[in-house]
Write a protein that binds this ligand. Structure first.
Ligand code: FAD
Ligand code: NAD
Length: 477
């Protein structure tokens, strides 16, 4: 290990490794520290990637079951859990191994260990398997230590039946019954996986709806599907106690989700807790620097992602929401450009959010919900997928595309999509918002037929009251 470096990045998730790679590409001498054998962080080892591998399998299972409606009948699927796990692990190993190679090719010093601060210019690094810390001095450090699962307040139960996202991604088995606590991204994605594999899934969410914060018209379409795949979706309901019993975990609920006469206690084979994530800001020795942590535990940064300590930057989940991989990577690039002496700021108009359920739900830029909160006047142009030829050929009319537009400038401020493939489609929305496109730009851009992307163009036509596939009678003068 060298004794000094120009830039050291602490944490090799999508924020940290993207920053380290970019810094090396700009000619800086770079060290990257992480406890794992290769870069990847939460996203590659126990987040985005393994969950999407499992969700792909869930999609295949769901399609195969539905194929009956088209005259193609498969037998009940036989699920080999060990092979399923092996597929997921292979994907993770291939990607993280590839990142290890890319790190070597860039001549980055990859240190497998855990870092803490001795002062604002020195790290103490304990390599994996060693007890003695080594020191590394730096000109600039980037903290990219990410986040970890939140736990349920007041619940102290320790049980292999009680899972967080990490253990759920290991798919220990297909439980007969699974309770998912929290109807957010993780709960709905992993709930979809387990339901497709054959578990009876119940979702309990403390707020009045799934995915709080997302636009209700989009969520309602997804919620119908979630309800049909689940045993029950209990809204406005909390878990107040859990205890291990002979055949599972007995859970006590409190709230409006259960009928008044129903038992408040139910037993599940497994419980997945997915109630949000907490930033890893308790980096050892951080108090020996001027870095500030806010009341919610996030490290405070300026627009260039510099902390209150000029030699130290911070990026990714540890600096705030949205806790998304692509947001972390982009912040990493901004921090590196700032270290390189450029005047930069992380000020995106649109950070896309995608929930990879079935159907997928995606949005970017201004949402209708936020526009209402801000009392900002907007026009909403919606295109229902029942009017899309492509959606009909897929037998998936359970979708909607909507544009959030400025009524005066006709500028596209936000885009929301629910439907299969929404996660891919939203990229066009991000480009429209970032490029300042208006409804005419989107309407006049020729989209390929028959594709779901046409729904974006036709939403813009709806704005002008002239969508080819939606008839709106003329108003009488
Ligand atoms: P992380 O990926 O959390 O990486 C931080 C790294 O720092 C870790 O490897 C950690 O071990 C290391 N570290 C911590 N402390 C130290 C220390 N003191 N010294 C050295 N190393 C340290 N986001 C998406 O955009 N799309 C998705 O589809 C998606 N799916 C997800 C699914 C699941 C189940 C989960 C849990 C998350 C998902 N996310 C998704 C969120 C995404 O994983 C995070 O937003 C992203 O990983 C954050 O990147 P990061 O670089 O900030 O930190
Ligand atoms: P989340 O914030 O998305 O959802 C948590 C849900 O739990 C919320 O709906 C909340 O109201 C509910 N909740 C909180 N406390 C509760 C309680 N006591 N009882 C019942 N419900 C409760 O959090 P998550 O699903 O754990 O995911 C964490 C973060 O990871 C996400 O916010 C996202 O940033 C990231 N992530 C992203 C993706 C993706 O991009 N596709 C996938 C997974 C995770």
């Amino acid at each position: 290990m060298p004794q000094s470096t120009q830039v050291v990045v602490i944490g090799a998730g999508p924020g940290g490794y993207a920053a380290a790679f970019y810094a090396a590409d700009l000619g800086m001498q770079v060290a990257l520290v992480d406890p794992a054998v290769n870069p990847g962080g939460v996203c590659l080892y126990r987040g985005c990637i393994p969950s999407k591998a499992l969700l792909h399998v869930a999609d295949v299972l769901n399609e195969a079951r539905h194929a009956d409606a088209w005259g193609v009948t498969f037998g009940e699927p036989r699920i080999d859990i060990a092979k399923l796990r092996a597929f997921k692990t292979k994907v993770v190993n291939q990607l993280t191994g590839g990142l290890g190679q890319l790190s070597k090719q860039r001549k980055i010093t990859y240190i497998q260990g855990t870092a803490g601060f001795r002062d604002a210019r020195t790290l103490e690094i304990t390599r994996e398997g060693q007890s003695q810390a080594e020191t590394l001095t730096f000109e600039h450090a980037i903290i990219a230590t990410g986040s970890r699962p939140s736990t349920l307040p007041g619940v102290t139960l320790q049980s292999p039946r009680l899972m967080d996202s990490t253990s759920a991604l290991d798919v220990p088995d297909v439980p007969g019954s699974l309770l998912v606590v929290g109807g957010g991204y993780i709960g709905l994605e992993l709930g979809t996986v387990y339901a497709a594999l054959g578990a009876k899934v119940t979702v309990v969410e403390m707020t009045a709806g799934l995915l709080p914060g997302a636009d209700r018209d989009l969520v309602n379409i997804l919620a119908k599907r979630i309800e049909s795949m689940s045993e029950a979706v209990l809204l406005n309901t909390k878990v107040v106690a859990m205890k291990e019993v002979k055949d599972g975990i007995a859970v006590t609920f409190d709230g409006e989700g259960l009928p008044a006469d129903a038992a408040k206690e139910r037993t599940f084979d497994r419980v997945l807790v997915s109630v949000g994530r907490r930033p890893n800001s308790a980096v050892p020795g951080l108090d020996r620097t001027r870095v500030k942590v806010n009341a919610r535990g996030f490290i405070e940064v300026d627009p260039a992602r510099r902390t209150a300590e000029p030699s130290i930057y911070a990026i990714g989940d540890v600096v705030g929401e949205p806790m998304l991989a692509h947001k972390a990577s982009h912040e990493g690039r901004v921090a590196v450009e700032s270290i390189a002496g450029e005047r930069v700021a992380f000020e995106p108009l649109a950070i896309p959010a995608v929930v990879f359920t079935d159907p997928e739900l995606a949005w970017c830029g201004l949402t209708e919900t936020d526009a209402q909160k801000q009392k900002r006047e907007v026009v909403i142009a919606r295109f229902p997928w029942a009017a899309s030829g492509r959606a009909l050929t897929l037998d998936r009319t359970d979708g909607m595309t909507k544009l959030v537009l400025d009524p005066k400038t006709e500028r596209v401020l936000g885009v929301g999509i629910v439907g299969p493939g929404a996660g891919e489609l939203i990229a066009e929305g991000v480009l429209a918002v970032e490029m300042g496109a208006n409804a005419t730009d989107v309407r006049m851009t020729i989209h390929p037929h028959p594709t779901l992307s046409e729904t974006i163009m036709e939403s813009a036509e709806v704005f002008f009251g002239q969508a080819t596939h939606v008839y709106r009678p003329r108003k009488k003068a």
